[in-house]
Ligand binder design. Structure first.
Ligand code: GUN
Length: 303
């Protein structure tokens, strides 16, 4: 059996089209457009590449967009002042500080400083709490978990009653996706297990999964023998394992590998996301959706 390959890039296009439509409708009716500021500190190539994609997508959708590129040596109080400026900027509905940040800056202090109503990453403790409660309490589902949930739904895989195993317990992916899938409601109602570096016998847990979500940051961690035949496998790993010259542009680009041995896993799984082209492209669409939602909340268009 060869798995259905789930194209995140294709699903992203459908979602962006829908967002673009809504942006035009809101602009016509209310004279406002979603505003997003991206704050990038330093010159980490992966962060630069993620942020430039976010900016490109925001521009394409007709958002008001501001880029704040700051030097690696910026001090915490300067970054906090910048966030305060955008907390008070009426035209900005979403503030994104790209992580990781340099060592002199306490990441938690930065996340806590973003106004929860502009926290389109969904990382602020208020939004993490809302996610735990679930239902209409949720304002901004974090982008990568939201992308994973949307991909599973649109791939036509039943989540209700499914055995879901999440590999990895990060604040950005593992913990929130586990919470989202165990909530009551559509696209949820799953039985969820979270496994991690201290789990005894990871293979035993993975083999039970109808839906296996892998966000460990370890290339090829999940072996084909760990996958239940026919399972849906979502690979969230983005591991830079080398560089190559792009045939399209002639520039140096990163060679990316997921956390799952894709070539062999696709012979066992029922459906699987590739790396690149799976979860990654969808994550940016979810950020755009959250920025639009922020404006919709402000205008009283959302509960
Ligand atoms: N770094 C890696 N993933 C993310 C993300 O989803 N948001 C932000 N702000 N930084 C990240």
């Amino acid at each position: 059996m060869t798995a259905k390959i789930i194209s995140g890039s294709q699903i992203r296009e459908d979602i962006l089209e829908d967002i673009s439509q809504k942006v035009q409708e809101i602009q016509k009716a209310y004279g406002e457009i979603p505003g997003l500021v991206t704050i990038l500190v330093g010159e980490n190539p992966a962060s630069q590449s993620y942020v430039s994609l976010k900016i490109k997508t925001a521009n394409r959708l007709g958002f008001h967009e501001i880029q704040e590129n700051q030097p690696d040596g910026i001090q915490e109080d300067e970054l906090l002042a910048l966030i305060e400026k955008y907390n008070n900027d009426e035209k900005i509905h979403g503030i994104l500080v790209q992580l990781p940040l340099p060592k002199q800056i306490n990441e938690a202090n930065i996340i806590n400083a973003i106004h929860p109503d502009k926290d389109v990453d969904g990382f602020h403790p208020v939004n993490a709490g809302r996610l735990l409660i679930g239902g209409t309490a949720v304002k901004f589902p974090p982008c990568t978990p939201a992308a994973i949930q949307e991909i599973i739904i649109r791939a036509g895989v039943e989540i209700e009653g499914a055995e879901v195993v999440v590999v990895g317990r990060s604040n950005i992916v593992g913990k929130p996706i586990a919470n989202m899938l165990l909530q009551k409601g559509n696209g949820a109602n799953a039985t969820v297990t979270v496994i991690h570096t201290r789990t005894k016998n990871m293979e035993r847990h993975c083999k039970r999964a109808d839906i296996l979500i892998v966000a460990a940051g370890v290339p090829n961690l999940v072996k084909p023998a760990w996958i239940k035949p026919g399972a849906c496998v979502i690979d969230v790993g983005v591991n830079r394992v080398g560089e190559k010259i792009s045939e399209k542009t002639g520039n140096k680009i990163a060679i990316l590998k997921g956390d799952v041995d894709f070539e062999k896993a696709k012979e066992v799984a029922g459906a699987i996301t590739p790396v690149p082209g799976g979860v990654g492209p969808m994550t940016i669409a979810m950020l755009m959706r959250n920025t639009l939602r922020s404006l919709q909340y402000k205008l009283g268009l959302m509960e």
